[in-house]
Design a protein around this ligand. Structure first.
Ligand code: ADP
Length: 400
């Protein structure tokens, strides 16, 4: 069975084609700048060079059409025919309270996704466009939706409700939903395997540190709490997002700077975070370089980021009544020994410490805590595409 995994953003489409007999990736790629000048598909068959395919890509439908053409292309393709694709799995950002698990896409599910647009105006519309484009180009091929929010649907009400009038929840669904759920679920399962334990015996703190960053308290296999909220803006300071701030800052800035709702939204989502603090970049590699050359604001951005992560780890240990493992994943978490070291410096009171030698690892599964530490620290590379493909296979296998 071959599964196509599709992740549609507002101007991009990421994809992977997996052969589920051995879960190998046959090809992957990225469509960028959809609806803009310079749109391009970069296709990469496994074990071969990347193939840049420039074309006018006005919308997601054209993007998907190009991806399918690349997959069956006589030279750089990996399939004889599109018919070899048995199912398609889509990453969907926001499933609201409607979805606690992955689902087969049906007209009812599409209606529910449309209802969720209000809560994820940036994220859900491209996901819906992608699903519709695939339905048009591959009629009859089953499609599955895998939600970023689903894993966090186990959060108890005391963890997900804000201190707002209860009617705000009833009327508008204003509550914390959490995101990156597919990643938090995957790495918490993987760390349990690594430890030779069952998830239901472990209290795990998973730190997904990428451009977007979130932390989850996974207590006995279920998400108890997570740092992102109603939208992916809450929680940690991120690449360009502010994370949590005093909400009174919003009307203050709107008045002082004459900002509209859209402008303040853009300010908090695109101009803040470590980019806004450092004035250097949103990319941690650039900030680490600038800091090494003595840039004080770059140093400050790294200090603030690490401090927040450490505070969340401490608070989630308290929320779970203890912790057995801490996991680092995603771009920064997997690849930055200095940031992992900075975050964990001060966690000795929890019964753990990083071993500097073991910590010298990038992009590989490894335990990095000192021998005999009561709380184990791990690096676990995330693999959201694999989870999407597995869920898609499971749901679609049940159809036949
Ligand atoms: P997203 O999926 O949210 O775009 P990723 O998980 O791909 O993010 O993480 C991207 C970030 O990871 C980059 O912005 C960069 O800051 C960070 N990163 C990647 N590699 C390294 C590295 N070797 N050292 C430090 N930071 C890194």
């Amino acid at each position: 069975m071959k599964v196509l995994v599709v992740n549609c953003g507002s101007s991009s489409i990421k994809y992977q084609l997996l052969a589920m007999t051995d879960e190998s990736v046959l090809a992957k790629g990225l469509v960028e700048r959809i609806g803009m000048e310079g749109s391009i598909l970069t296709h990469q068959p496994t074990g071969k060079d990347k193939v840049p395919l420039k074309a006018d890509i006005p919308d997601h439908s054209k993007g998907i059409e190009m991806v399918l053409a690349a997959l069956v292309h006589p030279e750089h393709g990996v399939l004889k025919s599109m018919k070899e694709i048995s199912a398609i799995g889509h990453r969907v950002v926001h499933g609201g309270e409607e979805f606690a698990d992955s689902v087969l896409i049906t007209p009812e599910v599409m209606n529910a996704l449309t209802r969720c647009i209000e809560m994820a105006p940036l994220h859900n519309p491209p996901n819906i466009l992608g699903i519709n484009a695939c339905a048009k180009l591959m009629p009859g091929v089953p499609q599955v939706g895998v939600f970023d929010t689903a894993f966090h649907q186990t959060m108890p009400k005391y963890a997900f409700l804000y201190g707002l009038p209860y009617e705000a929840y009833e009327k508008y669904g204003l509550r914390r939903y959490g995101f990156h759920g597919t990643s938090h679920k995957y790495v918490s399962q993987r760390v349990a395997e690594e430890m030779g334990e069952h998830m239901t015996n472990l209290r795990i703190i998973t730190c997904h540190l990428g451009n977007g960053a979130s932390i989850t308290a996974v207590k006995y296999g279920r998400s108890l709490d997570t740092s992102m909220g109603f939208t992916p803006l809450e929680g940690l300071v991120m690449g360009t997002r502010s994370g949590e701030i005093d909400p009174a800052i919003i009307p203050f800035l709107m008045k002082k700077e004459g900002m509209s709702p859209d402008q303040i939204d853009n300010y908090l989502n695109k101009q803040s975070g470590v980019l806004g603090i450092s004035g250097v970049s949103s990319d941690f590699r650039d900030i680490e370089d600038a800091s090494a050359q003595g840039n004080e604001r770059a140093q400050l951005a790294l200090d603030i980021f690490a401090y927040k992560v450490r505070k969340y780890i401490g608070s989630y240990a308290a929320a779970m009544g203890g912790v057995d493992a801490i996991v680092f994943t995603a771009g920064l978490g997997e690849n930055s020994p200095p940031m992992r070291d900075k975050v964990c410096n001060g966690l000795e009171f929890l019964g753990t410490r990083i071993d500097p030698e073991k910590n010298n690892v990038r992009g590989k599964t490894k335990e990095i805590s000192v021998d005999g530490a009561r709380v184990k620290i791990y690096v676990i590379p995330t693999n959201e595409e694999l989870v999407i493909a597995r869920d898609t296979k499971m749901i679609c296998s049940a159809l036949v």
